[in-house]
Each structure stands twice: as structure tokens, then as C-alpha cells.
Unconditional design. Sequence first.
Length: 387
Amino acid sequence: MKRMIIGFFLFAALSGCAKEQHFNISNIGKKIQNSTVLAGNLIEKGTSNWYNKRFSPPLMINKSYSIGRLSKQNITVYGNNLYIGDEDGWLYKIAAQNGKIIKLLKVDHGIGFSGCISEGTLYFSDIDRNIYSYNIDKGSLTKHQTGAPVYSAPTCSKGKAYFLDSNQTLYAVDKSTILWNNHFLNARIEMKGEASPVINGRNLIVATDDGFLYKIRNGNVIQSVEANPAVEDPDTAKDIDSRPAVDILGNIYITTVNGIVASFDKNFHFLWKKVSVPAAADLILSPNELIVSDLDGNISSYDTDTGNLLWKVNISKKPLIGSAVMLDKTIYQPTLNGYLYAISENGRILWREMIDGSGFASKPVFYDGFLYLSARSGRIYRMKSTK
């Protein structure tokens, strides 16, 4: 069975709040070396407004922090602060204004995936069947137990968070209670529940490891579809491990670990399906394009109306696990071998920079004039462009 190994993990049980602690901050003002212009593809200065944008090489490290090891933990932003947890179970806060970092609290087990924030509450999970609600203003933590570990990030909306555990049970949680849970009986694969839920209007869309999509409203399944139908080889995994993407019309886009890229309308009718390369990173939707980072190291763009391939570029011999982000029509993609790439909207490699040899399995965050990247070594970089 072809399955991806996405880096394992991390979050944990209540151990209490810690007093403020300062961290190892190094490399301040250091320019990143070995910036590489690839194949003459860098847009010439003066021919594009790219150089008027905020981020272009060389990048300068404003601050860097050493915390516990990281895998797929993304930085979560709320107000003027950024939050992240590590494999040792610590939850950290970084002040965007001055870059100061403190430990907020420690839980009993590693924090393995990103959190989400809604109405002043940070929701996250650990690797030992616990989900948490952390009231940011009060500094209080509430813990609930799930039936199985959670291997994906939650989704937040209107004061609630939605978690999918590895036994295909979906939980709705608010600041203090589990509101409801729903178990999907079709699950049949050993490791399940790696795709985060996504909001689509009044509904919640859930993708499961048996290749199904579910539409949930108020905890009830109102519709389902086999999004990745049976294949000839029964041992071929059909998992949907990337978070589905939803456009403004309610159309839904998915990728699977057996190489399917597909689109459905809001009523779960097939719009198109293409055979591609297995993918696990979150998808990017831009006007008329679906951007996919895959397990063969490619970034591809598909027409959202037809599914036709618009362009494809290979940037790595390793899988692209960390999700890309798009800013000012430029795609920023971190890699497992430690590079950050900038790709133009038509698939041209603009530049790459070697940041950290331990590699990246998380997505970049742009906030308040800085670029934040969290490496698997546990080092977080706060960078800015020197141009």
C-alpha cells in the first residue's frame, strides 16, 4: 500500500502554565548565504513589479528561535501574536511587534499538528487522544479525550473547532465542551483521518481515508459521495490526506494518495477528475487555478473549470509535505531539503534560498512585514527582505 510518511508528531496534556522564559535567539542580521538564481528564470529588475514586493532575495534573518522538534506544526496567528507547539508538548507565543517568544504552557504529550483560533480560543490536539481549548485572554486550558489520536489540524468557525481523529470520528468543540461527535462507519484502512475538515457555507466537508467525502450539518451527515472510487488493486490506498479546497461557488477540490485530482460541485456532483501524482499538502486556490504540491516534488497548476494542466515544475527530489502559500501572485514553497522556493503565477522559478538543512514540513507565514518559517529541527526563523 502506497502511503506517505508525513513526519510524526507532537502535542499534549495539561501540565500548567509556565512563567515567561527567554530563548536562544541567534543569527540576528545575518544574510542567508547561497541564494541561487535558477536557470536564468529570475525576472529581470525593471521588467516586473516583483522587486516592489515585500519579499525577494537575499533574505535577512531578523531573529531565530530554538524550541523542541517540529513536524507539521504551522504557526497560527491571532491579534499581534503567533502561536506554535512542539513535540515536547510546549505551546509558545511570539510577539509580532518585537519578536519576543515565551512559553505559555506544557501538556503531557507532543503537539503534532497546527492549531486554529476562533473568538479568542486556541484549539489544538496532542498525540495521545486529547484535544484542548486554550482561552488566550484568561490563560486557561480545557482538555477533552478523543477515541483515537488526531493526525490532522482542526478547523475553526464561529467559536467552534472541528477535529477528525484517526478512527474517523469527527468532534465539534467549543471553549469548554464537546458539542457532538460523529463516527463514519465506512472507514476500513489502518491509518485514518489525516485530512482536516473544511467549512463550506453552512456545512462542514470531511474527507476520509476510504476515499469518501461527507457533508455535515449540525453533526448530521446530510450527503456523501465516494470521491475516489474503487481501484483494480485492492491494496492501493484511496486516502484523501490533504485538506479539501472550496471556492466561492462552493465547488470542492481534492487530491488523493493514489494520484487523483478531482472537483465536485456543492451538491457532490463530479465536475472533473484527472490522474496525476499522489499529494498530501494543502491545496491553493487562486482565480481559475488550483495549485497542487505533490509527493514527487512537483508544483502543478490546474484549470478549475476543466481540470486541464496549465503548468508543472519540479523543484525537489523529495516529497513536498509542507504546504505552499501564495502572496502577491507568487507561490512560496518550503522543501524537506531545507530550501524556500518562489514560483511565479505561470510556473517559473524566481529564486530559491537555503534556510535550514533539517528541512520544512510546514507552511510559511507572512505577517506584519516578516516571513516566518518553522524547521523540523525546532528552529523558527523570522525573516525579511533586504531589498
